[in-house]
Design a protein around this ligand. Structure first.
Ligand code: MLT
Length: 240
């Protein structure tokens, strides 16, 4: 039986995916899920995603040796150790460490998805691995796969949609049954893939990041299959 694949366009609709009993792949291409995958690939032991800066600071009080990472308006919040850039989450900065992370949309999308049976983080940097692992779990557990797109403050974000399409593209033919939303994401990816970076750069959020000098983060996020790891979010923590 092909696995049903669906897409929720904004984080607040994550509950639809958990109500369907689906495995969830959270996508926040620029930049939260790209950063989470990169940090774990660079040896971070775990990441606690939280929604607010207040919660992040509370968590830090409970775990004084944890690294505080994240952003507001694209930049490192006061009192944080690291920003939300895949170029900052280097082996030198994160290997062997536990992180607490709070970003505007991405960590919120993860927290909103926490009631799903299984929650993974996806981006271009782990597209093939995310497709393979999610399909294996969905087949074994006889459940569907839903993408939860982080979006921008509960508005649709083009870059997350195209990225979901890129992961969908990697499901082998005949293994999945796409909803109209999932098929639209695939078609958007098919249309964008020949100049992926240039097309992602057209999105509103990418333009905002470029204005504050963070264009290199978008170049990084457009690299496909840089890593073979798939982060799992379970019991409040994200681990590879
Ligand atoms: C978010 O969670 O909204 C993003 O990761 C923001 C960003 O750092 O570009």
């Amino acid at each position: 039986m092909p696995v049903p694949v669906d897409v929720e366009f904004v984080a607040k609709d994550a509950k639809n995916a958990s109500n369907r009993g689906d495995l969830v792949i959270v996508v926040d291409l620029v930049r939260a899920t790209t950063c989470i995958i990169t940090a774990l690939a660079n040896g971070a032991k775990s990441i606690i995603p939280v929604c607010s800066l207040k919660e992040a600071k509370q968590q830090r009080k409970m775990h004084p040796d944890y690294v505080l990472a994240g952003e507001r308006n694209g930049v490192k919040p006061a009192g944080f150790d690291l920003d939300n850039s895949p170029l900052t989450l280097t082996r030198e900065n994160v290997a062997g460490k536990h992180l607490i992370m709070s970003t505007t949309n991405g960590t919120n999308a993860l927290v909103q998805s926490k009631t799903a049976k299984c929650v993974l983080a996806g981006a271009f940097v782990n597209a093939s691995a995310a497709a393979k692992v999610s399909l294996e779990i969905a087949c074994k557990q006889k459940i569907g796969i839903s993408f939860v797109l982080a979006g921008q403050k509960n508005r649709f974000a083009l870059e997350d949609f195209i990225c979901a399409g890129g992961i969908i593209k990697r499901f082998p033919a005949g293994t999945v049954e796409l909803s109209d939303k999932a098929l639209s994401a695939l078609l958007a990816y098919e249309g964008a893939k020949y100049d992926l970076q240039a097309n992602i750069l057209r999105s509103t959020h990418a333009q905002t990041l470029i204005k504050i000098g963070l264009g290199r983060d978008i170049e990084f996020a457009c690299q496909t299959d840089l890593y073979g790891i798939v982060p799992f979010y379970k019991n409040g923590e994200i681990k590879p």
